[in-house]
Design a protein around this ligand. Sequence first.
Ligand code: CO
Ligand code: CO
Ligand code: CO
Length: 328
Amino acid sequence: MGPGDLDRALCGLPLTTHPNLLVGIERADDAGVYKVRDDLALVQTVDFFTPIVDDPYTFGQIAAANALSDVYAMGGTPITAMNLVAFPIQSMGIEVLRAILRGGLDKMREAEVVLVGGHSVEDQELKYGLAVTGLIHPDAILTNTGAQVGNRIILTKPLGTGIINTAQKGGMASSEAVQRTVELMATLNRRAAEVMRGFHVHACTDVTGFGLLGHLCEMLGDGKIGIKISLDAIPILPKAEEYASMGLVPGGALRNREFYAPKVKGANICPPSLLDILYDPQTSGGLLIAVPEEDAADILRFLQEVGIKDARIIAEIIAKPKGRLVLV
Ligand code: CO
Ligand code: CO
Ligand code: CO
């Protein structure tokens, strides 16, 4: 199933409701949030997928970093996780699974998250990920909507992981480009989330399956604002544009484009390979953080000081055109 398929399947079904459910699935946000006390809420999310790199240990790290990211994107602190495993035990050695789980555990340790359990099933196709629980104060929840006119949007990781992975599968990617991409995907969004906590942030999400433009479209919310995107400012992985121009673009980028293009103005001024990158589905992508204009430069400086060198101010919230992204 692709991004959004589960939401479509649930559409129209009688959803469960509860007064303590602060962020539910109808909000299409990064994670669900449930209030347990006036000063405490649970942040819950789950993500798992098939391998995107050959090395099982690295795959475990990336899958864990990706699953943890949705808690950071809500402003929460992840505390516990459970392994989700689908494994072809008839055809693959148990040491492969051990390496994956070791990668996941190392990321959990880095994130100071405790493994509390898990579940595995036999499957033809290997899959791994985590169900993650975090904590947050109900007043500190950052949803993906809530950005205000004049806010700047900061992106904390460069784009192009889907394109580099596609090139790698086709045997076309340079080892440096692959190495850089793997490191990026395995990097937790924890430091960025910690920097964010020191400021007044209006909205946050992470860039994953819908690509940059898809997730920015989600930030439009009910369409009372527009977002102006500075193409020159977008951080991009080395070689991603080159591989995109060679047609090494994942199918998900084309699906994202079909779905979100009606909300995007100015695509005609954008080079085709850059447009592919803007729609490229990301694995364990960066945070998109909407902040008041006067704080944007300070946040950027703090992000770079903690080692997030690729962070950039990439967009601005505008009053018109409403409900549209504008590429400039
Ligand atoms: Co997310
Ligand atoms: Co997710
Ligand atoms: Co959020």
